[in-house]
Design a binder for this molecule. Sequence first.
Ligand SMILES: [Ca+2]
Length: 224
Amino acid sequence: MNKKLSSKAIALLSLSLSTTLWGQSFISADLASTSDTVATFGTNLDHTTDQSGLPAGALAAATDATILNISHDLGFDAGIQFVDAPEAGVSTGSTSGTFDYTFNSAVDITDVYVWNYSQSGFGNRGLGDYNIFVDTGSGFGSSIATGTLNAANYVNGSHFAQEIDLGGTHSGVVGLRISALNLGGDSIGLDEVAFRAVIPEPSYYTLFAGSLVLAILAIRKRRS
Ligand SMILES: [Ca+2]
């Protein structure tokens, strides 16, 4: 071992290993594509995964206990993705939107968080039925989660996410698709989407390497 590598450096390396091998994080993804019904109003194509409308740094700092306390900004220009026509008085009724989310690298996802949208003054609108598909490398297969999103509900000026549990860890996820129908009305859209990613359990060899570092540290301390 390089003797210039101090015990402090090794200790820091060990600490770094121990803090990155366990836990979870809340992340966004790149919005790869949308259906043509969304593209018609394609001025905000990335606003469901750029954390627009969320407090700065809130997602990165979130924990299991706080993720559902993060409120997205309210209103027409609050970093949203329209699905239905944004013009007042226009309603296409059955408009659906498909959102594909792609990650820059393979991640293990357990939950999806959706901030639904409705224009200010309405508490009963937003995207409705959804299906979630996961592409682990061979294309989008069968839906792994289905249901109906809660209507956007502006209470006391706050607007929180809905959690969708994917029922386990989906490893090697490279894409995710939500196809949803409107609950009704105009100016229907999606505020933001986030994902809960878990860091895999350490393998036997990782644990062995960690033990080796600790053993070397002990030996060096004894010799000094
Ligand atoms: Ca947003």
